[in-house]
Design a protein around this ligand. Structure first.
Ligand SMILES: [Zn+2]
Length: 293
């Protein structure tokens, strides 16, 4: 800690080539362009970068255009591939400064360009390489809450159970959180003891709220591929109750599970929707009449 400022890898914008390929923002043999957006916790906007990709079958260029520190900046990133032994090619970026091969390039605030992280001095490190004891435990607890989709609770209370999560899953996460909370209390008690003011009869359940150090994530602006084809039917794969084997049936169109395993609509949710469904029943649709009058 005494060595002064050091960039933290989590605080940089990370340009992730595999993610670009996986989301088909860039496609081998194609030219494409768009905008990359970084957000924190899925909400807070951090940065946007325009991109243009010209890819051949085995090499290409990725050009980024953005504003950094009030100036227009451009990065031209060469891309190359290495052939796999059993077919296909692995794509790599090359650092515009050093040519070093990388899957991820980083840009820090105050530095003008996306670069290989080895080009930055002092050398960047991961946040987890620095914090210790109670900080580390708190980071794990925040990470657990983010994973659960819990954006309500703090470290002083139990995690909040998101709608739709199984109780079994929730209880597993809550138990892990309690474990970490106890560890945190233990560490804090140790720290206070070393500082010469031990807590009398300390029983745990005390947390230091250091805030959530969430990392900015790159998104591509495209919808997830699940929504790409609303008619697509895939194999259901749910565990069959009959024999415990994966279900072989086709899913409902655009869904991931079959009609037996939750793929179908589970009916109206709102009061207005329920009333509409009820009004559609035949007994309410046709007025009663006497047959053969
Ligand atoms: Zn099924």
């Amino acid at each position: 800690m005494a060595s002064g400022w050091r960039p933290c890898i989590e605080s940089a914008l990370c340009l992730d080539l595999l993610r670009l390929l996986r989301t088909r923002c860039i496609v081998p043999g194609c030219t494409s362009s768009g905008t990359l957006t970084w957000t924190r916790d899925g909400r807070e906007h951090v940065a946007s970068v325009g991109y243009r990709a010209d890819l051949g079958e085995a090499s290409g260029t990725l050009t980024l255009a953005y504003r950094a520190d009030g100036q227009d900046a451009q990065d031209v990133i060469p891309l190359s591939t290495v052939a796999n032994n059993y077919g296909g090619r692995n794509w790599f970026m090359h650092c515009p400064a050093t040519g070093k091969r990388a899957r991820k390039l980083y840009k820090w605030n105050g530095l003008a360009h996306f670069r290989h992280r080895d080009t930055v001095r002092p050398r960047p490190t991961y946040a987890s390489q620095r914090d210790s004891g109670t900080e580390r435990v708190n980071r794990q607890r925040w990470a657990l809450r983010r994973k659960m989709g819990d954006d309500r609770s703090d470290l002083f209370s139990e995690p909040w159970k998101p709608k739709g999560m199984h109780w079994r899953t929730y209880e597993r996460h809550a138990a892990r959180d309690a474990e970490l909370g106890a560890e945190d209390a233990h560490l804090l008690a140790g720290l206070l003891a070393r500082m010469g003011c031990p807590l009398e009869g300390f029983s745990g359940d005390l947390a230091v709220n250091l805030g959530s150090p969430a990392r900015a994530r790159m998104t591509t602006g495209d919808k997830p591929r699940k929504q790409a084809n609303p008619r697509l039917r895939v194999q259901c794969g749910a565990t069959r109750h009959r024999d415990g084997q994966p279900c072989q049936a086709k899913s409902e169109p655009g869904k991931r599970r079959c009609r037996f395993h939750g793929g179908r609509s589970t009916g109206p949710k709102t009061e207005a929707g329920k009333a509409r469904a009820l009004a559609n029943l035949r007994q309410y649709r046709e007025p009663p009449m006497i047959v053969g009058n």
